[in-house]
Design a protein around this ligand. Sequence first.
Ligand SMILES: [Zn+2]
Ligand SMILES: [Zn+2]
Length: 243
Amino acid sequence: MKDWKKIIREFFFPPHCLICGEVLALEERGEKLCPKCLAHIPFLTGDQCAQCGRTIPGKATCHRCMLEDFPFSRGAAAFSYEVMRKPIACFKFQGYRYDGAELGGLMARYLKERFPDWIEWTDMMAAVPLHPRKRKKRGFNQADLLCRKISAETGMVYVPDLLRRVIHTRPQSSLNAAQRRENLKDAFALAPGAQVEGRHILLVDDIFTTGSTLRECSRVLLRLGAAEVRVFCLSVVEDFQSV
Ligand SMILES: [Zn+2]
Ligand SMILES: [Zn+2]
């Protein structure tokens, strides 16, 4: 019975490659990626900014991160947002919540290949939280789903709901950088009774845009005694002019 349902569903909604969107051939339908993407996952490689992860040939920190002076010490992103724009939109807004495990799996793979020492370094992973109202509306927090899979694949400890969003803020996408910062002031808090003192915390989100959200979350963790915070995102917006 289940098989029939699956066959009918696949007839009307043939599975697509998670990254490039190509319709998968019948024999590939066990996979989530097409053979091309599978053979060469378009991860960010080469010289990258040590704080936001975007490509910057020949430099350690990009101009913007130098000016921002973020409180987190390091940052990495597995993909350029250009590559992940559609997959993230499907995942977050079209109810493809199960893509979270696949995308989290790709993040785990990236970390293992590119920053294996970060896995050793991390005492606990935390997800950038959504306000409960937004979480209820979406049905899940995308960063939470990513963390669960990364934790399962790498063995890093994930503490769900370590951070909470206590103020329902305006959507960041409608604001400029200064407004984003003001909008997020005091928006985050640590879960009651949570202990972060002396811990190395890896903060996870889906998109690094201006870094304002990651900045505020890191600030809360450091203020409460975390030894160091690093951030790890599924994607980074490389062209900031387009934000
Ligand atoms: Zn593909
Ligand atoms: Zn940067």
